[in-house]
Design a protein around this ligand. Structure first.
Ligand code: C2O
Ligand code: CU
Length: 459
């Protein structure tokens, strides 16, 4: 009896493990690709300077290029080998709230030695990026970011598809990252601006032919700097903002790119052989070529530039029944803010600055306990943003794109980050499609750290 039972049990568990043996290896062998946040050395400056120590994904800056086809699933295990906690935010992507990478809101920060696996399927094609969302003023400035491209099912026909990662480094004389991440003067003014605007081309450009067609994906990854960019020897159209196609491509003029914003262009090389096609940065002390593409050889001129295939993201048709909420932006140097609420306490502006805080949304500094608004899935919401400060701000919504409601009642392009000049009032709207807790903050990361953060609750 006992023997018989044992045999049966043994037999049964053998069957179970045999089944497991045929099923398991498939998943067990397909190990999850990792992104390791760690220190590294990169060459930013000319050879006579030392390399720069950075924090990067896999020790690189930018981190490894992540490229997938629309509809493909992205899975990455973040492994933290840094001395401090970290996380990854997938900027501009529609994803489940739990994958959004916001410590304290959608997950716990990943501790030193820990890991966290992100997995989601981006529905939209386009140019995106990923970056640390923990102590990001410091971590993004040290290099914790990378490019994420979702290719259209039928991408436009171009000769080169180049991503230009634009950063603004604050370096010391010996080429080190300047470790002054929390100077009150930066936080209360235009943020922590660097002294070295630098572009990395992914892949690296060698030479281009005259009349060659390029897709240029510009990404401003700077913590705080608004980039002013123009193209020289390149002519064409802007085809997308923040990853989302423009229904009508636009002719580019000077591009003002707030932190986190992306611009996709399709351009043809018009510079002559022997010249350079250039991407130039307009800075206080002059105009500098940040990318030089030597022209060698030529090809025949191509035809019209068409719009990109559209994404499945909702576009507004009306805001008639929208739930409206005001968002008053106040604070900073030369602003009128005298006092505000911080962690439930009424403080004077001087007391706030002592605590490293300087900016308020609707009179509250830092993340409020209550969301700016609660909405039900499918509801259209409208946020009237009044910039009552003396500075520009790059307002970023997590989880989905929005559109600006223009004066004539029409809607602007889909964006995830809106650059607002000082004293401007601009209204954005979107259909709240994704349940969860979504941040709305200034992407000038010094401003965000110094108070410009709120959140929306979609249920
Ligand atoms: Cu690109 Cu809240 O971030
Ligand atoms: Cu700001």
């Amino acid at each position: 009896m006992t023997d018989h039972m044992n045999t049966r049990l043994t037999r049964r568990s053998f069957v179970a493990s045999a089944a497991a043996a045929t099923l398991l290896p498939v998943t067990a062998r397909a190990s999850v690709p990792t992104l390791t946040a760690r220190t590294g050395q990169i060459r930013l400056l000319p050879d006579e300077y030392p390399e720069t120590e950075v924090w990067g994904f896999d020790g690189q800056v930018p981190g490894p290029l992540i490229r997938l086809r629309q509809g493909q699933t992205l899975t990455r295990k973040l492994v933290n080998q840094l001395p401090t906690p970290t996380s990854i935010h997938w900027h501009g992507l529609r994803l489940p709230n739990a994958m959004d990478g916001v410590p304290g809101m959608t997950q716990d920060a990943v501790q030193t030695g820990g890991d966290f696996t992100y997995s989601f399927t981006p529905p939209d094609a386009g140019t995106y990026w990923y970056h640390s969302h923990h102590q990001s003023t410091e971590q993004v400035a040290r290099g914790l970011y990378g490019v994420l491209i979702v290719d259209e099912t039928e991408p436009p026909d171009v000769d080169h598809d180049l991503t230009m990662v634009l950063d603004d480094w604050r370096l010391t004389q010996d080429g080190k990252t300047s470790e002054d991440f929390d100077r009150p003067h930066d936080w209360t003014h235009a943020g922590r601006l660097g002294n070295f605007i630098h572009a990395v081309s992914v892949p690296q450009v060698t030479t281009v032919r005259k009349n060659a067609r390029l897709r240029l994906r510009l990404i401003n990854v700077a913590t705080d700097r608004i980039m002013e960019i123009s193209l020289i020897g390149l002519e064409g159209k802007i085809v997308a903002f923040d990853g989302m196609p423009l229904l009508q491509p636009q002719t580019p003029e000077r591009l003002f790119m707030g932190p986190a914003q992306r611009v996709d262009l399709i351009v043809d090389v018009t510079a002559d052989e022997g010249e350079d096609a250039l991407i130039a940065s307009h800075e206080r002390d002059g105009v500098f070529a940040i990318v030089e593409m030597p022209v060698s050889g030529s090809s025949t001129r191509r035809g019209n530039i068409a719009a990109l295939p559209d994404n499945p993201h909702h576009r507004l048709t009306t805001v008639k029944d929208a739930r409206k909420v005001p968002l008053k932006m106040e604070g900073g140097a030369m602003g009128g803010l005298r006092e505000a609420t911080f962690k439930g306490q009424r403080l004077s502006i001087q007391e706030m600055v002592q605590l490293g805080q300087a900016w308020a949304f609707n009179g509250v500094v830092g993340m409020p306990d209550e969301p700016l608004l609660r909405a039900s899935t499918g509801e259209t919401v409208m946020i009237e943003m009044v910039n009552d400060t003396a500075f520009a701000h790059a307002m970023h919504l997590h989880g989905q794109h929005f559109q600006e409601v223009l004066e004539d009642g029409s809607f602007g392009p889909l964006r995830d980050t809106l650059l607002m000049a000082r004293a401007e009032t601009r209204t954005i709207a979107f259909r709240a499609d994704a349940p969860g807790k979504w941040l709305l903050h200034c992407h000038m990361l010094s401003h965000a750290a110094a108070g410009m953060r709120t959140w929306l609750h979609v249920t």
